[in-house]
Design a protein around this ligand. Structure first.
Ligand SMILES: CSC[C@H]1O[C@H](OP(=O)(O)O)[C@H](O)[C@@H]1O
Length: 365
């Protein structure tokens, strides 16, 4: 059975409490928008696509249990709820993309002659559709990514390195960068995967290692500081990472540590791939300098499971993400529509029309 971070049926949402993995597998009920906001903020659920999907499904759960006396009241509730959810974590664009898309939908529907109840049902349908679409997009990226890695790196004996967690625990299932690793494994082309522990939240050691063992994918856990040594001494074919926000010139915000992996990969001539659904692509931001980088609690550095591991009183800086410049994404950006070089991403995505070009001129958080 595949790992699922989200258990949803109409009127009921439960999420796997990822703070307790890998030792405990506990699903928590999400009843309200504030429950979802808290779960996202405290990283009970994390991963750019999963955050947006949990946010949208929470709206669906809230809508199903409420009656609205007017279209205005319904529209106001949808907008207020989604606007709040956008504030939980600033760097990943997926929650913002979903929120803006749903707010636009309810505005358009309310201009129609539909009843409040019909509009409510349409919004719920749109939220629920995100689950299946995410898995379909991930499997499409898995195929595109596997094909491009085989084309660029050889047909077998592939050793692939990844960072953080981008699998079933970061999405509705299958994963983005880990989806490419799964696709290579499924066709017998993956010799070995290497996953970094990904300090300080340890998405790699706690979550990716858990997924690799669960799926019986041959993998080795390494310290973040062992990336260069691993690339020097092991036959690493490619590096595949996820994305929280890919911007118009291809610069990509991803988990802290991605940038230095890209620099080391460049040094060793190892192709570096970003795997990102179009829901993580924000063409409104021209380059990486304008991406808001979340800074998290110093406790994530100074404590581990509540135990003090750093001298009390030490200053800390804990950015949760960094920005990899497009020129270091040497393999390409893998999307559900295909693989694009960073320099043509904006043009290709606009031509595909798969991206809702938002009309706002100001940058969105
Ligand atoms: C497909 S998940 C994308 C992205 O999200 C993760 O961040 P976090 O665990 O803080 O939510 C990580 O940056 C992944 O690459």
């Amino acid at each position: 059975m595949s790992l699922e971070s989200i258990h949803y049926k109409t009127g009921s949402l439960k999420i796997l409490n990822q703070r307790l993995l890998p030792t405990k597998s506990v699903y928590e009920e999400i009843h309200t928008i504030q429950d979802a906001w808290d779960a996202i903020k405290t990283m009970m659920v994390r991963g750019a696509p999963a955050i947006a999907i949990v946010g949208a499904l929470t709206l669906a759960v809230e809508l199903i249990k409420q009656q609205f006396e007017s279209k205005t009241k319904l529209s106001e509730f949808v907008e207020t709820s989604l606007t709040h959810l956008k504030t939980a974590r600033p760097t990943a664009v997926n929650m913002t993309e979903a929120a803006n898309r749903l707010i636009k939908l309810v505005e358009v529907l309310c201009q129609n002659s539909m009843s409040v109840e019909i509009i409510k049902e349409r919004i719920i349908e749109e939220c629920e559709a995100m689950l299946k679409k995410d898995v379909a997009d991930n499997k499409s990226m898995g195929q595109h990514g596997a094909k491009v890695i085989i084309n660029q790196c050889g047909n077998d004996n592939l050793h692939v390195m990844t960072h953080c967690n981008t699998g079933s625990l970061a999405t509705a299932g299958y994963g983005t960068a880990i989806g490419v690793i799964r696709a290579l494994h499924e066709i017998g082309k993956l010799e070995h995967a290497y996953c970094t522990e990904t300090r300080p939240y340890n998405q790699g050691s706690r979550l990716t290692a858990y997924e690799m063992v669960h799926d019986k994918i041959p993998a080795t856990l390494i310290a973040d500081s062992a990336v260069a040594m691993t690339m020097k001494t092991k036959p690493i074919s490619a590096v595949v990472v996820g994305a929280d926000r890919v911007v118009a010139n291809g610069d990509t915000a991803n988990k802290i540590g991605t940038y230095q992996m890209a620099i080391v990969a460049k040094h060793f001539g190892i192709p570096f791939f970003v795997v990102s659904p179009s829901t993580s692509i924000d063409l409104h931001i021209p380059s990486g300098e304008d991406i808001v980088i979340e800074e998290r609690s110093h406790d994530e550095l100074t404590k581990m499971k509540g135990h003090q591991i750093a001298a009390p009183g030490i200053g800390c800086w804990n950015p949760a993400f960094d920005v990899t410049p497009a020129e270091l994404i040497t393999g390409g950006i893998v999307t559900e529509h295909g693989v694009f070089k960073p320099e043509v991403l904006k043009k290709e995505m606009e031509e595909l029309g798969s991206y809702n070009i938002r009309k706002k001129t100001k940058f969105e958080n």
